[in-house]
Design a protein around this ligand. Structure first.
Ligand code: FE2
Ligand code: FE2
Length: 301
């Protein structure tokens, strides 16, 4: 028997992929069957934990009725889910490209396709969820959509997997709160629960791939990739909460946007939820000085 420490990295990679495949075989969900799509939405229910609202802690929030707060968090949760769909489409294309014409007997190949199938189900689930929350289509700004179009066509290796990890980790911490919160609409809690369970495997794979592909990478490439990942993170995080949510929740959009932009509470929530992610990026050498500046600008460091 070989130990983890002296297992060659391909052996370790196979082990991880095989374990993930087994785990997916034991516990995966069909959201179309698992989520209660039928029961009508109760307007008293929130879309996410109120503490995660971009207005929580502002003077505007204090003036809002409980109903207005719930209406806002429903739009905000739909916006986050819609950004999730946008990124899951980027992610699926990057993984498909990465495994194009590779060895199908490789457990990592089979795992990658399993992950793509998960993401495809997630995106449908988020789309239906956002609709049920009464939200219109929320999409990132035009320049972000076009930037994403280029990124998903060219990003490879560690840059692809590290940015996948960033998106998944940021979402994960929030959804862990929301799935346990009985102020949140039950169907939305189920959606979050499904996503948390299945994404735990994705994050394991993304961490493994990032670490592996950075092995032996020189400083120039590492720095360049670190910068690319940080930019991807910036656009993912700053696209999560659409500025249109306030108007759609019936609020004064100017005042809401102004107070949300200055909301230190929300920034602190983001920063603390990304602590582990930053630790990982640091451990693999992706937290270079310019990258750190970008993470700070996105309020995740
Ligand atoms: Fe997902
Ligand atoms: Fe994922």
């Amino acid at each position: 028997m070989t130990t983890v420490e002296n297992t060659p990295s391909t052996g370790r990679r196979d082990d991880v992929a095989e374990r993930l495949l087994r785990s997916a075989g034991e516990l995966s969900y069909d959201p179309l069957a698992e989520v209660d799509w039928e029961t009508p939405l109760d307007p008293a229910h929130h879309g996410c934990s109120p503490e995660w609202s971009t207005l929580y802690g502002t003077s505007y929030w204090d003036e809002m009725t409980e109903e207005q707060r719930a209406a806002l968090t429903r739009q905000e949760a739909a916006s986050v889910a819609s950004t999730g769909i946008w990124f899951e489409m980027i992610l699926q294309q990057m993984v498909i490209r990465d495994f194009y014409a590779k060895d199908p007997t490789d457990p990592a190949f089979q795992w990658a396709l399993t992950e793509i199938a998960d993401e495809c189900r997630h995106s449908i689930m988020f789309a239906r969820g956002a609709q049920k929350l009464g939200a219109p289509a929320y999409r990132p700004a035009r320049h972000v959509i076009e930037g994403g179009r280029v990124f998903k066509a060219v990003a490879t290796g560690e840059a692809a997997y590290a940015s996948i990890l960033v998106a998944e980790e940021v979402l994960d911490v929030m959804q862990r709160d929301w799935m346990r919160d009985d102020r949140v609409a039950p169907f939305a809690r189920t959606i979050n629960n499904i996503h948390v369970v299945e994404e735990a495997r994705h994050m394991r794979f993304a961490r493994e791939e990032t670490r592996e592909r950075l092995e032996g990478v020189g400083p120039v490439r590492r720095r360049a990739q670190a910068l690319l990942v940080a930019f991807a993170a910036y656009f993912i995080v700053t696209s999560m909460w659409s500025r249109k949510v306030y108007e759609n929740a019936g609020l004064d959009p100017k005042r809401a946007l102004r107070e949300a932009k200055a909301n230190q509470h929300h920034r602190a929530m983001l920063r603390s939820s990304c602590a582990e992610l930053m630790e990982f990026l640091g451990s693999v050498g992706l937290l270079t000085r310019p990258a750190r500046a970008i993470y700070r600008a996105a309020h995740i460091l």
